[in-house]
Write a protein that binds this ligand. Sequence first.
Ligand code: ZN
Length: 309
Amino acid sequence: MVELQTAFGPTLLAFAFVWGTLWGSFLNVVIYRLPLELSVVHPGSRCGACGTPIRWYDNVPIVSFLLLRGRCRACGARYSPRYMLVEAACGVLSLAIFRAVVDLGSPEDLPWDLGWWLAWQWFAYTLVAIAFIDLEHTIVPLELTVPASVLGAVVAFAFPNGLGLEAVYGMGVGAGFLLLIVGLGWLIFRREAMGMGDVHILGMTGLWLGWRALPFVVLASSLQALLAVLIARVYGAVTGRGQSLTMTTEQLDERFDEVTENAGLPSHTVIPYGPFLALSALEAMLFGTEAFWWLMDRVFLSLLGAQAP
Ligand SMILES: [Zn+2]
């Protein structure tokens, strides 16, 4: 079926991208409304500043944002570039997953391939939504983690080449490891070093990617979080603006209206870890973790003074 590939290949890839941007457009609604406990379907999209309903031709993913230069047609209010970023990211994710799982050379497998494409998109879009919501509100909605975890379990056992039990181990290891960190943080600092949201994210990631992906996800997310804090500090020092990425523990307590029975303990700075977990899970999903284990093998072998095979 080489002809099918050459004839429809670029068209299908373009379709996969546009398909993703449409979901990205919906994801923007989810990211904005879910933390505010508003319906994600009613009413239709409207300007957050003036309330004017956004017409379909002003709601074309990416294109409308560029044409209107990120402003409302009615009142001229400026929209965050996040809207276009989310649409583009979802388009790229849909396209990348399509290329990875859909094999046009074997049409008899096409229904399952398309099933995998749709399923992986659900997981990927869930991670994108979690990243932006956690970054802004420091919460990880169960409305996102629970459906993606249920679907992950279905995929693991019902789809051909699903992870099966490996997915169950992945969820146990992922959630268990972070629960341990939460417990230790509680013992040492008498407060949450990490939220239950992070436990949900890593458990869900283990379910979808298997436990083998988790060491990479934990290490890569920690490094990227440190890097982001470093960049935010430098940016803050250079521009003199406050850091939006980090909060003090008092600010966090205030946000969640917690009783400060921890008073007397030194304040420290915290960052939402969820966005970085979600980012690293996406990286592991897109690029695999073989390179990570290859590197680890060499690091440990060199420590032991042995020769890598
Ligand atoms: Zn407006």
